[in-house]
Design a protein around this ligand. Structure first.
Ligand code: NAP
Length: 282
């Protein structure tokens, strides 16, 4: 039913967006430093921050003056993360039961950006037709799909305390139906496709709370997962992703964007503003 209540609620939502998301300063064309100066002392939580893309996110956001909550499975093992001015917290993405206690430890703290970065590719030899291993598949789905959603569920109140909350789910082009011309890789492809579906539903469900949600493709990046033949240096990928995140507007919520700002669903040919739900399986 539409009525005064609904139109008032619509107006309130519009006002909320006007107040929470200033149109100037977040324009796509604005330089990253200008954009992020507005975010000084913003807080980002990064999962899987001990190596690869997660570590580079921690390095770049801390250098840009953000408060970084860097999570990893084994903080005691130290490594490069320990050299950064970040807050390190243990978080194993296979231990979903621990998430309420983890969130309780952050109660009342505004969270401007949640990066569900931790990811698992799964064993190569268990991903091909005839060799698919269901136990391995469940392990991949746990880290790449179930845990990111459950972490968002547990941290919604923190996100809602932010002026401009964003959830970035590190997905992959491998999760795109349109991009899949070589087949195989059942575990990883299906996990990232599912993460894209989760990202889209979250975008819809959290719109009323002003929380933007996007799926992000980092490119083929030189990390342990990407391997030595990968094309993109990790600092280039993360700088690009930061720029994409900084430029997001409410209209972008639900989209699947690459580190260079292009829409993954329609490739380079299409508008970078194509919505994720415009995707149709081929
Ligand atoms: N590299 C690429 O070319 C590429 C391309 C597309 C998408 N991506 C996505 O980008 C994200 C980061 O990739 P990456 O290249 O940096 O991968 P990576 O080098 O393999 O690092 C993976 C990270 O995830 C963490 N992780 C794995 N399982 C975990 C668990 N159960 N609990 C907590 N953390 C866990 C790892 O921690 P441990 O050290 O404890 O294992 C590590 O910090 C992933 O989601 C990946 O799927 C990467």
């Amino acid at each position: 039913m539409t009525g005064i209540g609904d139109s008032l609620r619509d107006k309130m939502l519009k006002i909320k967006h006007v107040v929470k998301i200033p149109q100037t300063g977040y324009n796509r064309g604005a330089c990253l430093e200008t954009i992020e100066r507005k975010n000084a002392m913003s807080t980002v939580l990064i999962t899987g921050a001990n190596r690869g893309i997660g570590l580079e996110f921690a390095r770049q956001y801390s250098a840009a003056g953000w408060q970084v909550i860097a999570t990893c499975r084994r903080p005691q093992e130290g490594g490069a993360l320990e050299t950064l001015p970040v807050e390190i917290r243990p978080l194993d993405m296979t231990d979903i039961e621990s998430f309420p206690a983890f969130a309780a430890g952050l109660k009342g703290r505004p969270m401007d950006l949640l990066l569900n970065n931790a990811g698992l590719y799964g064993l190569e030899e268990r991903q091909s037709l005839g060799r698919v291993d269901v136990a391995e598949w469940q392990r991949v789905m746990m880290v790449d799909v179930f845990a990111p959603l459950k972490l968002v569920e547990n941290l919604i109140d923190n996100l809602a305390l932010s002026e401009r909350p964003v959830v970035g789910n590190l997905s992959s082009k491998m999760g795109s139906m349109a991009d899949n011309t070589s087949g195989g890789i059942y575990l990883y492809r299906s996990a990232k496709a599912a993460l894209n579906a989760v990202s889209k539903s979250l975008a819809v469900d959290l719109r009323a709370r002003g929380i933007l949600v996007v799926a992000l493709h980092p490119g083929w990046v030189k990390t342990d997962m990407g391997g030595p033949n990968a094309l993109i240096p990790v600092d280039v990928s993360v700088t690009g992703l930061r720029r994409v995140i900084a430029g997001l507007t409410p209209a972008d919520s639900g989209r699947f964007l690459a580190f260079d700002g292009h829409d993954v669903v329609r490739g380079g040919r299409a508008s970078p503003h194509a919505p994720l739900d415009s995707f149709s399986p081929s």
